[in-house]
Every structure is written in C-alpha cells, then in structure tokens.
Design a protein. Structure first.
Length: 583
C-alpha cells in the first residue's frame, strides 16, 4: 500500500535551516552548563574586573556581582530558607535586581518575578499562588505589601531603597528623589523587615553552602496570562533559561564580542524578554547592562544614550518610536555612530515606519523576533543584518522546532494559517500547580500550543497574525487585527491604530478601528476608503473611533482601558460608543 507522506511532517526544519545566517548551527550544545549560578561563576572568573551592571554611571564589576550575590545567598540560607523555596523579587531596573536574582538562585531558591508597581490584588495572587516564603521589595512598594501580607506565607521581607548600592551621597539623593518625585510615593514599615544592606553584611560573615543544582531544577516562576485566562505561574528551569541564552548567543555570535559589549536595558528585568535577552545573555558574554530605571523619562534616557558608548539596545516599537520623535535623538545617534551594532525589538510587532526611520537614523536595522513567556521567551529571530522581509518574525532558533497546525493538530504546509506550535529545550516545564491547564497546551512530546496564529513561507520564515482569542470573525471569515492595523498605519495621517471586534447584527462581529491621528483633518470616511482599496471587503473596518492616544503596556501592547489589552478584552456593541465616527 502506498502511503503519502507530507514532507513538512517529516522535517519541519528543512526550510529554515537552508536559509540560516552563515555560521549559525542547527543545534546547540546543552551540556556546557548545568545552572545559572554556574554561568555567573564562569563569567566572573573570565571578566572579574569588568563592569557587569551600571546605574547612574555607577558600575558593579563581575567580582562585585558575585560577592554581593553570594552574601545575599548566604543570608537567605541563614534565615531558614531551603532549596526550592520561592522568593519574590519586586524591584525595577536597579543594581539590586541582578544581585537579588543571582543571590536567590545561588542559595538554591526559586525567583518569583513581580512588577514593583502592581496593585495589591495582583501582588496577593502572585505571593499566595507561588507560596513565596520571602520577598525582596523596593521600599516604595511596601505600602502595597502591607495591605495583603497577612494573607501570605511570607517568612522574610527584605527592603531596599533606590540608591542603596550607589555611593552614599548619590544614593541618598537618588532615594529622596525617587520617594518624592515618582517612584516610592508612600513608604510603610513592616514588622520584622530587614534592610538589604543589613542582609548583605550578615551574609558576608558566613560561608555559602553551595547547592547542587541541575538543569531540571526550577529557577523561575514567571507569571503570565498564558494562552488563556487568569495569570499562571510559568515554571522555567535552569535548563530552559540556559538553553535560550545559548540559542540567542548562537544566533548573535557573529555580532557579539566577548567581554566588550555594552547593552542599554530600558525594558524591565522583571519581564522575561529583558531578563533573558539582556541580563542573562550579556552576563554570559561578559557584557555590561546599562540599567534604565524609567524608560518613560525620555530626557534622562537620551542623556544616557548620549553619554554612553553602547553597542546594543533592546526595546519595543513604541519605545523606539518615542526615541525617534524626541528632540536630541540625532545627537545620541551621532555620539554612537560606528559603535552601535545591534538593536533588538520584541514584545510587539515593529511597524514599517519605525523600522525604516530607525535604520535611516542609526544605520542599524532593527532585529525583530517572536517569543512568549512559556518559551523562556525567544522562539524566532530575524537576521541581524536586517534582511528579514516586512511583517515577518524570523526563523526558529537552533534546536527549536516550529509547526503551523490546524484545529485538529495536523501540521499545515507553507502559506496556510494556523496555530503556532513550538518544541525545544527552552519550552517551560508547565504551569505552577495547574496540571490540567498544562496538559491543554503542552503535550507529552513537548510541543507547546502558543495560542498564536501565524503562517510559514517556503523559505522557512514565519509571520505572526494574531492571538487566537483576538481573531475577529466576520460572517464566518477570519480577520487578523494585525493585518488591518498595518494597512491603516500605511496612511500618512495615522499615528497609531488598534483593530478590535464589536458585535454586529448582520455579520456577528465587525471590525472597529481605534485611531490616533497624525493629521487632525483625517476623516473616518477617508480612512475607510484607504482600507477598502487595500483589503478584501469583510476585513474593511465598519467603524472608526478617533482617540487622542492609545495607552500601551510596558512592552508596548495596546491597552484600551484600565488593565485591558485590546482586542481580546474589547468586544462590545458598536452602537454604544458615543465618540465613534462611522462612515
């Protein structure tokens, strides 16, 4: 009997491996390291006297980082925390963050990342769900912790000021500025809290009992909404994070020089993108992370860019757009002409306008990628030289398999849209204490259903279309918001756009476009006509709403209401929008 075999079901890597950048291997060596503390120790031996992290022109060398991390680890052990216990880190981009992160891991404990500006309800959910026994928290956020601490299992609270690891005078000024100008607005005393400086002194006087960590041991609980529903703790092991660092390193190996890189880190380290792509990857390369406390302060960020000779920067589309629009960006570009060689964009799609303007201003193309928390996070990356075609998210990293599958789980050939599924050593162990939800997205062979829709072309490059939950179904036909937004953004009068679904009596759902104008005279009719000339009829927006701004999350994703990410959470009756302007 003759059996027809779909070649894409035999080797899904064939297409992209044939077009890999020169020198990038198909597989990485997973035996090089066993844990993140081992990676840190290796870098500290090689780059001991070189700066590892810089804040306000004050640097911690690799020797400083190892010493302080070990001191903190020893203190945590003294306080009765045992291997596998969870410790929350609730800090912005300060020198304290890498010390806390590596200190927790060096003690054999598990990091739980928490946004330092989250509300009490979110903090409570993270702490209770993870069963955290300790927390290292910015002093300005202790009032939030105070509201809910009685409902948690916290055994230890370590507090720190913004300037605690800076020289005394500068640190004092920084802490006062943060308290009264914008970061730690209200401070509260917590019974039994210990200051970070005190903890480091106590730990310094006792030797660290180094745990025997293995790749399968849990390193991080990173909370996310996952593919659906309420926040879940993504379980990432030392092996997951090390694998993604090695995968990124293999992809960027032709660009990076060990011991000489300086990367500007404006995105928060408590988010998985900056944590892996900036902090961990550049520690592995002996680089220096220049930490940006508040990337929304364009004046301070530009001052850092002008006065720092940096070789790399990461960000999201909205951050790069804000830099391009800021007065003085030309001076920052001139100061780093010939030095900057890598700019990485993640978290959201890069608009063609921003990509073109960035290339023209800096001479360096934006390298765009795709990932998700459940994959530690990077899955696909574009070529560093900017050859990636518009709208694409690149090719899978080494040792990564990606398939486009239909609703039945069957792999689809190039050109057909379906769910993006991923397999690789960076894929999570599962969701914390949620076996049923883990089983719904992760099969026995390690394939992860991402909940994202995309398609692959014949060259092995992938295109992201939408989240499964964001697809707008018009009379049974699927509309991907990103496609509508890209067309709208091609109009010179549009500054920003977000496509959402609204209920419609005739078609079930219809496309509504939220728009921020470049040109205040742009009308709804003109924009709809622009879209009609470029989209099939059912994809054309039936409703246009002009807004003064579209609020974005810290990673640039659209938010159209308090805590709501569009379009997944914005499905309503179009007739109920008083500011709406229809054709």
């Amino acid at each position: 009997m003759n059996v027809h075999i779909n070649p894409w079901e035999v080797d899904h890597r064939a297409a992209w491996l044939a077009h890999y950048p020169q020198g990038v291997p198909a597989e990485i060596d997973l035996s090089l390291l066993t844990s993140l503390p081992e990676m840190l120790s290796q870098s500290c031996r090689r780059y001991s006297a070189q700066p590892a992290f810089t804040q306000q022109r004050v640097s911690l060398t690799y020797a400083d980082l190892q010493r302080l991390s070990c001191d903190l680890a020893s203190f945590l052990q003294q306080e009765g925390l045992r291997p596998g216990d969870r410790v929350a880190i609730m800090l912005p981009n300060l020198l304290q963050y890498p010390v806390a992160f590596f200190g927790v891991l060096c003690a054999g404990l598990v990091v739980v990342n928490v946004n330092p500006f989250c509300p009490a309800s979110e903090l409570q959910q993270r702490l209770v769900d993870s069963g955290a026994r300790g927390i290292i928290v910015l002093e300005g956020a202790t009032h939030t912790l105070q509201e809910i601490i009685r409902t948690t299992d916290l055994h230890l609270v370590v507090t720190t000021n913004v300037g605690d690891l800076l020289p005394p005078l500068r640190g004092c000024l920084m802490s006062l500025m943060a308290k009264w100008i914008g970061h730690g607005v209200r401070n509260s005393s917590l019974s039994g809290e210990i200051r970070l400086r005190t903890a480091l002194r106590r730990g310094h006087n006792r030797a660290l009992e180094k745990p025997e960590l293995k790749p399968a041991d849990i390193a991080l609980l990173q909370y996310t909404s996952g593919t659906t529903g309420t926040p879940k703790g993504v379980v990432l092991t030392h092996g997951n994070l090390l694998a993604n660092v090695e995968q990124i390193s293999a992809w960027l190996g032709s660009v990076l020089d060990a011991g000489s890189e300086v990367v500007v880190t404006p995105l928060p380290l408590y988010h998985i993108f900056a944590l892996t792509a900036n902090m961990l990857t550049f520690v592995r390369w002996g680089g220096n992370n220049v930490l940006i406390l508040d990337p929304r302060d364009s004046h301070a960020l530009l001052r850092t860019l002008r006065t720092t000779r940096f070789t790399a920067i990461s960000g999201v589309d909205t951050l790069f757009r804000r830099l391009l629009d800021a007065p003085g960006f030309e001076a920052a570009c001139a100061a780093n002409r010939g030095v900057l060689k890598l700019a990485v964009a993640g978290g959201m799609a890069v608009t063609p306008e921003v990509a073109q303007r960035w290339l023209q201003a800096t001479g360096i193309a934006l390298t765009e990628g795709y990932g998700l928390t459940e994959a530690a996070p990077v899955v696909c990356v574009g070529a560093v030289d900017g050859r990636m075609r518009e709208g694409m998210i690149g090719m899978p990293l080494p040792s990564t398999r990606v398939e486009i599958r239909d609703e039945t789980g069957r792999a689809l050939p190039p050109g057909q849209a379906g769910e993006i599924c991923v397999q690789g050593p960076q894929v999570m162990r599962g969701y914390w204490n949620l076996p049923a939800q883990t089983a719904s997205v992760l099969d026995a062979a390690g394939w992860l259903r991402t909940g994202d829709l995309g398609k692959m072309d014949a060259l092995g490059s992938f295109r992201f279309l939408a989240r499964c939950a964001e697809v707008i179904v018009v009379s049974g036909f699927k509309v991907y918001p990103k496609e509508v937004e890209e067309v709208a953004m091609q109009h010179p009068g549009v500054r920003d756009a977000c496509a959402v679904a609204v209920t419609d009596a005739r078609s079930g759902e219809a496309v509504k476009l939220l728009v921020v104008r470049h040109d205040p005279t742009l009308s709804a009719g003109a924009l709809i006509a622009h879209c009609r000339a470029r989209l099939i009829a059912y994809k054309v927006p039936r409703h246009i709403e002009f807004r003064t701004e579209l609020v974005h999350s810290e990673l640039g994703k659209h938010r159209i209401g308090p805590g709501l990410v569009a379009p997944k959470s914005h499905r309503g009756d179009a007739a109920g929008d008083p500011d709406e302007r229809d054709e």
